[in-house]
Every structure is written in C-alpha cells, then in structure tokens.
Design a protein around this ligand. Structure first.
Ligand SMILES: Cc1cc2nc3c(=O)[nH]c(=O)nc-3n(C[C@H](O)[C@H](O)[C@H](O)COP(=O)(O)OP(=O)(O)OC[C@H]3O[C@@H](n4cnc5c(N)ncnc54)[C@H](O)[C@@H]3O)c2cc1C
Length: 557
C-alpha cells in the first residue's frame, strides 16, 4: 500500500463492493457506467450454478433497459415461445387444479406496447433463472473499464478509518492477502453478511414462520430430464406446484428443455445431509406422481419463513445492500429484485458524492428510502407465503370420489385466486415509493394507496415516473438522460432556462426533454417534472421560480 505525500493513505479505488451477486454486480454497473473506480470482491472462484431466483420483475427489467441490456436478459433462460404459466396440481401428473397463463418472452415484448393502467410499462417481467441473469450482469460489469471483478477473494475485515475505509481480503485458497483502501465500501455479501455482522447490526423481524409449505427448512435439487415434459400430461408451464398431503413442492423450469429445480420442505425427521440421491429422487417421484429417472445436477437447502430487515443500512463509509440488508421468503419473487433496486438507488448517489455534485443528504437518503421499501416488500412476500403455505390440503383432495371432486373444486378456486395474487403484482413492482425522503420535494398531493395487484400511475413526487409510449414508438424512459431529467410536458411548459442555469451552477448533470403530447401532461398533472437518475419523480410543478432550491434538495444539499 502506497502512502501519499500528505501522509494520508492513497486509495486503491473509490468503492469496494463485497459480494458479486445481483446486488454487488448491479452496483458495479451503476458505478462503472459513471466511470467510478470500483473493485468487486467475491469469495467464490466460480459463480454458483444452482438456480435460485426465477423471476425478474418488470421494474428490474426497466432498469436493465435503462442500462441497455434488457434484451440480452430477455433472450436468456426459457426459449422465446415458452409460456410462463404458473400451474397447480395435486401431483404434477394427476389433477390440474389451477393455472395462471402468462406470456412468453416473445409475446411480452409485443404485449407491453399495448397495455395501459396497472401495466403501463416499458418492460414486462421476465421469468428467468438467476444464474442466467448473473451471467449477463457479470459480462456487463466486466466490460466497464473502471470496474475490476476479483473472484476468489474473501473480505475478512473492514475498518472505517475516517478519511477512507480499509478492506482486508484474502484469497479463498488462502494463498494471498491484500488491503484495499477506498472512499466507500458496500457489503452486498448476502444473507450471512460478514459486513453486517462486523457493523453489529441485527436483522429485525420474523425468522421462524411455520407453514404447511414455504415455512421451514427447504431442500432443493437441480435436475435434468428430457422426458419430463412428456410425462406431464398438461400444457407446459414455467412453474409447477404440487399440492397434496404427502409431498408439496414447486418446480420451475430452468431452460425450457430439460432442466428444472425441485423444491420441497423438509419434515422434522428429514435432514438434508442425510438424504441420498436415491431418496432425493423418490421425493421428486412422490410430487410427480410417477417414477421417472432424472439426473441430479446439484442440490441446495434454504430457509423459508424469513421476513427480516437490518436495523441500519449504513455506518459512516460502509453500506449494506441486497440480502445483507433484508431476507425474504421467495414467494412473490422479490429478494433479488429488491437487491437490484438497492444497487440502483445507492449507485447514482455514491457516484454523485464521489464526483462532487452530490450533497451529504444523498447518502443518508439511501437508508431512509430503501429500508422502508425492504419492510414493505418483505411484508408482501410474507403475505404470499401465508396465502400459499397456510392452505392445508384436505384428506380427500386426491380421491376419485364426489367428495374428492368437491375438494379439488375448492382448491382450484383458492389457487386460481392465489396465483393472480402472487404473480400479478404491478402494484409491488411499480408502486414502491420514497415518501418522506429528505431528497424528495413533495407537492402536498397524496399518492394512491399501496396495493400489491394494482398500480395507479402517478407523478406525485417520490414514486416511479409514470410511463407512456410516445408517438414515435419510443418509451418515454428512452428519452431520459442518464442522470437528472427535466421533462417539459405538453404544449405550454415554461422555459427550462432557470433549471438549466441552476443545474450548471450546482454542477448537477441534467438533460431537458420536451414531451409535447398533451397526454403526457395529463399523466404527470404538471407542466414540468424533475426525474432522478433512478427514474423516480423528485419534483413536479408548473413554474421554475424554485429551480435552484429544487435541484439543491434533490441532489442532497
Ligand atoms: C429458492 C429461492 C428462490 C428465489 N427466488 C427468487 C425470485 O424469484 N425472485 C427474487 O427476486 N429473489 C428470489 N430469491 C432470492 C435471491 O436469490 C436473493 O435475494 C439474491 O441472490 C440476493 O442477491 P445479493 O446480491 O444480495 O446476495 P447473494 O446473491 O447472496 O450474493 C452475495 C455474494 O457475496 C459473496 N460473499 C459473501 N461473503 C463474502 C465475503 N466475505 N467476501 C467476498 N464475497 C463474499 C458470495 O459469494 C455471493 O456471491 C430466491 C432465493 C431462493 C433461495
């Protein structure tokens, strides 16, 4: 480590990110796109190939679009024409109980241009395994000149030394040690976060929810079987659920050809490390309702029943994001998506402060904004887990009798309702808000109520900029600048001059975009709207008199 002439230790980079999962990689991309020297440490030599997350929500896809790689992500995973239905069965080969049909990747691309209201968006969700998303994130991060990805390096200690943070790391094989000095460090090191523990922060919330399903210790196998689709006598689905009294399970398709993951809950008398491959296969056979030989590619265990958020997100120069800051039950598919949005939120703020135009309130606003969102999202996920997991299959559910038929009819009603409750969530994905944040300039209006399955577009400051497709076929988001954007909406918007002058004086990067369509003015209910780099409305209004004040507050001064 070199020492500068002033006696102050020089920095190796501006930001050290511990953890190269979705949160760490997305943060590296946000920083790298702004040319901020960034080092990502990940203890794994090779990325995990065990599929965990399966759903990329629409808002996450909109961020990937902003960064230019949404299409790359949408091309991964399932084949373009593969339906993304969620289907419920007693066993995968016996009775189908319920189905929620959703578009293939190809249909989603076209459909999004026709949707209004709750699904007025630039992107629809994409059902894709996390392993494929991480491949894209890794490629995107690695391509940025200011980002260094160091795999096989484990962070062992971190100290905030006042003027900088020192991060100790050792090679995962034990053969090497380094100390990195940076302006900031971010612990994106997952559920076991050493960073969080070092900061002395606890998760707060519920950790031991018990349910008939998705409430307890889960066991998963990643399997390969080409004939499985021929064995299941129902239309293809993206995610199959088995609902019976013997072995409940869910089975997402990984590649739409021959790879799946089978997740089931362990009973009190089952221990994952004592389960042989043969036993794991027979667990699968019980849920399948048939015998079919499969190859086991990998196995994993995880806990269902967490609703946890860390008590603090920051101490001095050290931040937490992703699973290090919150743990979900995966119902609703929100853990990785919330992790990505943490990175989006923190990325532009760190870059703004490092570049010089961001004020001190910017970094404080990270916790103010993201902790509330994590509490909201973990609570929604818990509600979905209750909805699916507290349902107890009645004894006659699988009987070939009138009573069995009646029980299946009731189950069908429950799961047809549940599927739409858990998997049609525009309100959650688009409706997250930062009301009360110190960097949001409120206008006294009240946003629509927060509902999981309904999103009401609103430019009430603190929420996602309402979306619309422009006459030339572009998404309004495609016109935004990379940092702040001042939208002039409709035909009578005042001159942007005072905002431009203030932005220049404060060195805040800002693009002015004219959207002449009156429809846009109606949607935003204002002549002007200031949009943050993360596409959140920072302010809206009809006059420019307060331009300097608005920009100062929005940039954290
Ligand atoms: C079965 C299952 C299904 C899921 N489904 C969904 C879903 O559909 N949608 C969804 O949004 N989420 C889902 N999730 C959750 C999702 O997988 C996680 O929320 C997501 O991986 C969190 O990303 P992260 O970057 O915060 O942490 P992680 O992905 O855990 O990454 C942390 C990284 O930090 C590294 N690391 C840890 N300690 C150190 C250290 N000391 N030094 C260096 N590196 C370190 C690790 O190697 C790892 O690469 C699911 C999870 C499971 C288990």
């Amino acid at each position: 480590m070199q020492t500068g002439t002033s006696g102050q230790a020089q920095q190796d980079c501006a930001v050290v990110i511990v953890g190269g999962g979705p949160c760490g990689l997305m943060l590296a991309i946000e920083l790298g796109r702004r040319n901020i020297p960034t080092v990502v440490l990940d203890e794994k030599v090779q990325p995990s190939r065990f599929p965990s997350a399966n759903a990329t929500q629409a808002r996450t896809m909109e961020h990937y679009r902003r960064l230019g790689f949404a299409e790359k992500v949408r091309a991964r995973g399932l084949p373009p024409d593969y339906p993304t239905d969620i289907a419920y069965f007693t066993r995968f080969t016996t009775y189908e109980l319920a189905r929620f049909s959703l578009p293939s990747a190809r249909e989603a691309r076209e459909m999004v241009r026709t949707l209004t209201g709750s699904w007025s968006a630039a992107e629809l969700p994409h059902r894709v395994s996390q392993i494929f998303v991480e491949d894209v994130l890794r490629e995107e991060a690695a391509a940025l000149p200011s980002v260094a990805l160091r795999t096989g390096w484990r962070m062992t200690a971190m100290r905030d030394e006042g003027a900088h943070v020192a991060v100790e790391a050792e090679r995962s094989d034990g053969d090497g040690h380094t100390t990195l000095r940076a302006a900031y460090a971010v612990g994106a090191d997952g559920g076991g976060s050493r960073t969080r523990k070092m900061l002395g922060y606890n998760y707060v919330g519920e950790s031991g929810a018990v349910r008939d399903f998705v409430g307890g210790r889960m066991f998963a196998i990643h399997i390969r079987s080409a004939p499985l689709y021929d064995t299941i006598p129902f239309p293809r689905a993206w995610m199959y659920w088995a609902v019976n009294r013997e072995r409940r399970a869910f089975l997402p398709s990984v590649n739409g050809r021959d790879e799946f993951t089978f997740h089931t809950q362990l009973r009190a008398d089952e221990q994952a490390d004592r389960i042989s491959d043969a036993q794991a296969k027979s667990m699968f056979h019980v849920s399948l309702g048939a015998e079919l030989d499969v190859d086991i590619i990998g196995r994993s265990t995880w806990n269902a029943g967490y609703t946890l958020v860390t008590e603090k997100y920051r101490r001095g120069r050290i931040f937490l994001g992703g699973d290090a800051a919150h743990l979900f039950t995966p119902t609703g598919g929100l853990g990785y998506n919330t992790a990505v949005e943490d990175a989006v939120n923190l990325g532009w703020k760190l870059a703004a402060v490092l570049t010089g135009w961001g004020g001190p309130a910017l970094l404080d606003s990270y916790e103010a904004e993201r902790q509330a969102l994590a509490r909201r999202n973990t609570t929604y996920a818990r509600g979905f887990a209750d909805s699916v997991g507290l349902y107890v299959p009645p004894p006659e559910l699988e009987d070939d009798t009138p009573e069995g038929e009646a029980a299946r009819k009731k189950a069908s009603e429950h799961f047809n309702y549940h599927a739409r409750f858990e998997f049609n969530i525009p309100g959650i994905t688009f409706g997250g808000r930062y009301d009360g944040s110190p960097i949001i300039v409120g206008d006294g209006t009240v946003p629509p109520p927060d509902k999981p399955n309904e999103y009401v577009p609103t430019a009430c400051p603190g929420g996602r900029a309402p979306h619309l497709w422009l006459g030339d076929g572009r998404s309004i988001y495609d016109t935004f600048g990379f940092e702040f954007t001042l939208l002039r909406l409709g035909g009578k918007a005042p001159d942007a001059g005072p905002f431009e002058t203030a932005a220049r004086a404060q060195a805040v990067p800002m693009t002015v975009v004219d959207v002449a369509a009156e429809e846009a003015r109606d949607l935003y209910q204002a002549d002007l709207a200031l949009i943050r780099p993360d596409q959140i409305v920072a302010w809206r209004g009809n006059a420019t008199a307060d331009a300097a004040h608005v920009l100062r507050q929005a940039s954290g001064h």
